[in-house]
Write a protein that binds this ligand. Structure first.
Ligand SMILES: Cc1cc2nc3c(=O)[nH]c(=O)nc-3n(C[C@H](O)[C@H](O)[C@H](O)COP(=O)(O)OP(=O)(O)OC[C@H]3O[C@@H](n4cnc5c(N)ncnc54)[C@H](O)[C@@H]3O)c2cc1C
Length: 320
């Protein structure tokens, strides 16, 4: 049985507020209630969740995603969802969120649509839009089983306060802690907010050596840009931290200017930068797919072109 509500969950409160804002928009069209799940808290965060639009707040004090593993968190979320009976469950597509969504959908024997770019409710049907086949196609999909479990990429929607009713319900859950074993590993992070950058220089495997990053870093510096990269540069070569990679499995950026340096332009990369306003491509191969995305194409060697461009920018800036 599902009711007429939209329930959101994220282990990251800021992302939960983004989802609540989306839930509010859907609720203004349908009249559905909006709700949020708060884990690991005795009610101290309720006021903020109300500010961001939650009509119903389900508080679970005994499970904390910061200490418990994704399976324990998912079991707790699943029990709250069963208890609340919403029509839609929105979950932020973080690493933990993806696991939680799959678990919740499986345990409730319902459908799960991941990484949705948009969601609408029409005639009590839930429809989502999501990229499929490696990001090459945009599919419209309609849920056949409910509640509809939907994951939304972080920062797809902007959080904006809009007061909800804020009625609070404490939920007791029963979880088996033995099933969860938390291991930690240190992931190198730059801490950069690529999503908010106005200028991004992205470097790909066209770079021959790690040492040559200095050239691209200098270029980014004179341009006032943040440095991003393709997945092989961070994931395989480990030349840059993982949080600098752009694309399907990385960050989505939308700068005013995007300069791709030695990037081939495979679809998995392009889906992360296609909302950029002006795109420049520097690539030796005239047939590289990245040129098709570009407003300005430079068919040339980055090792020859970048030093000349850096000098030119410095000259121009020096004159101003
Ligand atoms: C499930 C999945 C998810 C993925 N997710 C992502 C993702 O999120 N982000 C991502 O980036 N990739 C992702 N990938 C990998 C993606 O498919 C490509 O392999 C990757 O984007 C290619 O990286 P690249 O452009 O750096 O390297 P390459 O494809 O090797 O391209 C290097 C380019 O540099 C050019 N070049 C060489 N020398 C020079 C020079 N001297 N000057 C100028 N240009 C030069 C070459 O002509 C070539 O076009 C994913 C793959 C899979 C299967």
């Amino acid at each position: 049985m599902t009711g007429e509500g939209i329930l959101v969950f994220s282990e990251d409160d800021d992302l939960a507020f983004e989802l609540l804002t989306l839930a509010r928009q859907l609720s203004s069209q349908t009249g559905y209630w909006t709700g949020a799940i708060i884990l690991g808290d005795n009610g101290s965060r309720v006021a903020e969740f109300t500010e961001y639009g939650a009509d119903k707040i389900f508080v679970v004090s005994e499970v904390d995603p910061r200490k418990d593993g994704p399976d324990v968190t998912a079991e707790a979320v699943s029990q709250v969802v069963s208890n609340a009976s919403p029509k839609v469950v929105l979950i932020a597509a973080t690493k933990m969120g993806r696991e939680v969504a799959a678990y919740v959908a499986q345990s409730l024997r319902t459908g799960c649509a991941s990484e949705c770019l948009d969601i609408s409710l029409k005639d009590s049907q839930v429809e989502v839009k999501r990229l499929v086949l490696g990001g090459g196609f945009l599919a419209r999909q309609i849920f056949e089983s409910y509640p509809a479990v939907v994951t939304i990429p972080p920062h797809r929607f902007q959080a904006s306060p809009s007061k909800g009713e804020g009625s609070v319900k404490s939920v007791k859950v029963t979880v088996e802690r033995k099933m969860s074993k938390l291991e930690s590993r240190t992931v190198e992070k730059s801490g950069v907010k690529l999503e908010d950058a106005e200028i991004v220089v992205a470097v790909g495997r066209g770079l021959k050596r790690k040492d040559d990053l200095k050239l691209v870093e200098e270029f980014a510096k004179v341009l006032g840009a943040e440095l991003g990269c393709t997945r092989p540069v961070s994931g395989d070569l480990k030349w840059l931290p993982e949080d600098r990679h752009i694309g399907l499995s990385g960050k989505r950026v939308k700068p005013k200017l995007y300069v791709a340096v030695g990037v081939s332009g495979q679809i998995q990369h392009v889906v992360g930068m296609r909302d950029s306003k002006i795109v420049v491509c520097i690539n030796t191969d005239p047939n590289a797919p990245m040129h098709r995305e570009a407003d300005y194409s430079i068919v040339g060697d980055l090792y020859k072109f970048l030093p000349a461009l850096i000098n030119a920018i410095k000259r121009i800036k020096g004159k101003v």
